[in-house]
Design a protein around this ligand. Structure first.
Ligand SMILES: [Zn+2]
Length: 318
């Protein structure tokens, strides 16, 4: 196991709330980071992904695909009925998603407190929890904890040095990953990818008539790659900021509704700006493309500023 950890370039942590209470898990992650050395960029080597992200992305993807397919078959115009119906149907789904994200934000506080006071003695081992007797065969089991303590002394110098490493280096690396990298730009893009298919459908008609719809291509780039990920990033930061604002389930649902409302309001404002710039461009030049091109440049600058300049959530300040 030591050789595998030493030679591995990266470690994927499929994280849940019980992860930091298990001695084996903390040993693996500490051994991996220790093997990379103190000068290595830990954030580049370690990737933490909560287990709820997979099913959430899958369900979100499926739901959005079905919704857009239904919209396509209904043949409703995109403005205003298509947008109103899509936003109306998405609202309950987004509220549930916001609720899950708020839960995730609160769970980071729990993890930080668990790891900050980590001790080998209080961490869990399966063998110790079942009294060193196999529950099926009733045969005695070897204690993993005593084996790990010997290994820890050999690899880390002493149990105290191991615990110090876990409480500082492992804690900051894990919390940074869970706070900043779970909903990365590329993961948001994956989640909204069905929107690209909708735009692809808009492209097909003009392309069949030997006409390249430049304005639709620019609109797809603006909304799918810049504005929607930007709105999601703002909502994620707001979720962290207000994660402890509501105590009960009802208050948390209200908070989720509030967050989704802010997102919808931002989206509606940007849609209105998009329509206004296209109309102005048509009025001045008889072509909508210059308006979309201007919006593309402004959206690009705004996106770069958001993703590059918005401060990351600092594990020490959570
Ligand atoms: Zn044991």
């Amino acid at each position: 196991m030591g050789a595998i950890l030493k030679r591995s370039k990266s470690l994927l942590v499929l994280w849940d709330s019980s992860y930091t209470s298990r001695l084996w898990c903390m040993f693996e992650i500490a051994a991996f980071l220790h093997g990379k050395g103190p000068s290595a960029d830990a954030q580049r080597h370690l990737v933490a992904c909560p287990v709820f992200v997979g099913p959430t992305l899958l369900l979100g993807h499926l739901g959005l695909s079905i919704l857009l397919l239904a919209f396509e078959f209904s043949q409703l115009p995109m403005i205003p009925w298509g947008t109103i119906i899509i936003c109306g149907l998405c609202f309950p789904c987004f509220t549930a998603l916001a609720y899950v994200v708020l839960e995730h934000c609160r769970s980071i506080d729990v993890v930080q407190n668990q790891v900050r006071y980590f001790t080998i003695e209080q961490s869990l081992c399966y063998c110790c929890s079942c009294g060193h007797t196999d529950p099926l065969t009733r045969e005695p089991m070897i204690c993993d904890r005593s084996i790990l303590i010997r290994c820890i002394s050999s690899w880390f110098g002493s149990a105290e040095q191991f615990e110090t490493l876990v409480r500082h280096h492992v804690m900051t690396t894990l919390v940074h990953q869970l706070a900043n990298n779970v909903f990365s730009y590329w993961r948001i893009l994956q989640a909204i990818s069905p929107l690209f298919w909708l735009f692809l459908d808009f492209w097909i008609g003009p392309i069949a008539r030997d006409f390249v719809p430049v304005d639709i291509v620019i609109a797809a780039v603006i909304f799918c790659m810049m504005l929607i990920p930007g709105i999601v990033l703002i909502l994620l930061r707001l979720s962290y900021k207000f994660r402890n604002l509501a105590a009960g389930v009802r208050q948390q649902l209200m908070l989720s509704v509030g967050l989704v409302s802010i997102g919808m309001l931002l989206f509606a404002t940007l849609m209105a700006a998009d329509r206004a710039s296209a109309a102005l461009s048509w009025h001045l030049c008889g072509d909508r493309t210059p308006g979309y091109a201007t919006l593309l440049i402004l959206s690009g600058i705004l996106s770069v500023l958001l993703w590059r300049c918005l401060p990351l959530i600092d594990a020490q300040n959570i």
